[in-house]
Design a protein around this ligand. Structure first.
Ligand code: CDP
Length: 262
């Protein structure tokens, strides 16, 4: 690959390395209810990023000494497959995975009505199979859909999206090449969209106050677009169930008519 200095991050038409506009997300596809053994689940494709989330619980937190009589524990586990990155990753969870698990779990805890489920744990397992930057946001976005799929009561969904800077330009949803720019800034952001409450905000790189404001505003816009995609994915699931039910009812009606004729 060419050195980052040789890359044209924004071309004369205002397009980025992967052809996107500065305020454009990568294509996002979310499919809820993909795992039969989980209470809730979701699969997400966000550009090249691919992740699967399974939600289990609320169930009794064990061993008992970890229980909190005032709320459910949110146990978020983010893991990357060994083959999900260019250089094979050790299967042992590293500091990065532990940090992402911690901050993502805390973000979701703000949304979940944890106080309704004392002494329990809500386990959220996220596995990344392919990656190209922005995986913590993709994972968090899918996890929130999986929680809704599990029917766990929440104040709102959590919608996440990173914003950043490459070659002096503020860009939405940076890809890996952009994250590797010499002046790169990467700012993962997650909100509860109804109130716009920020539940996760991290920053890698240095940025001035005015640029930060611009980046934050663009990040919020990105999260709101992600929110619409999440809602559509959940709605589609119920539409499919309704279609299936309608088909079954029609079939039963047909059978009944046959019986009546006899
Ligand atoms: O993925 P995200 O942007 O949330 O986290 P990051 O720590 O900024 O990582 C950016 C990207 O670096 C990941 O999405 C992976 O594609 C890549 N990476 C890698 O190649 N090897 C690792 N051990 C970890 C991350």
């Amino acid at each position: 690959m060419a050195k980052s200095e040789e890359i044209v991050y924004i071309n004369s038409e205002g397009k980025r390395v992967d052809g996107r506009k500065v305020d454009e997300l990568r294509p996002i596809k979310i499919v809820p209810s993909v795992l039969s053994r989980a209470e809730g689940s979701a699969y997400i494709e966000w550009g090249q990023n691919k992740a699967l989330v399974g939600v289990f619980g609320p169930r009794e937190a064990l061993p008992q000494h970890i229980q909190d009589p005032t709320k459910a524990l949110v146990n978020y586990v983010y893991r990357m497959a060994t083959f999900s990155v260019p250089d094979r990753k050790s299967p042992k969870p590293g500091r990065r995975e532990i940090e992402i698990s911690k901050v993502s779990g805390e973000a979701l805890e703000r949304a979940i009505f944890v106080e309704r489920f004392p002494n329990t744990t809500i386990d959220i397992y996220v596995y990344l199979f392919d990656s190209n930057a922005g995986t913590r946001c993709a994972a968090l976005t899918a996890a929130s859909v999986a929680l809704a799929d599990a029917g766990i009561p929440m104040r709102d969904l959590v919608s996440a999206c990173a914003v950043g800077r490459a070659a002096g330009t503020i860009i939405l949803d940076p890809c890996k090449a952009e994250e590797d720019a010499s002046d790169a800034v990467d700012m993962p952001l997650a909100i509860m969209p109804r109130t716009k409450e920020v539940v996760l905000l991290q920053m890698d790189g240095l940025i001035g106050k005015e640029e930060w404001k611009k980046a934050f505003e663009l990040g919020i816009k990105g999260c709101l677009q992600v929110y619409e995609i999440q809602k559509k994915a959940l709605k589609r699931k119920y539409e499919e169930i309704a279609e299936e039910e309608e088909k079954t009812i029609k079939q039963i009606d047909k059978e009944l008519k046959k019986v009546e004729k006899k």
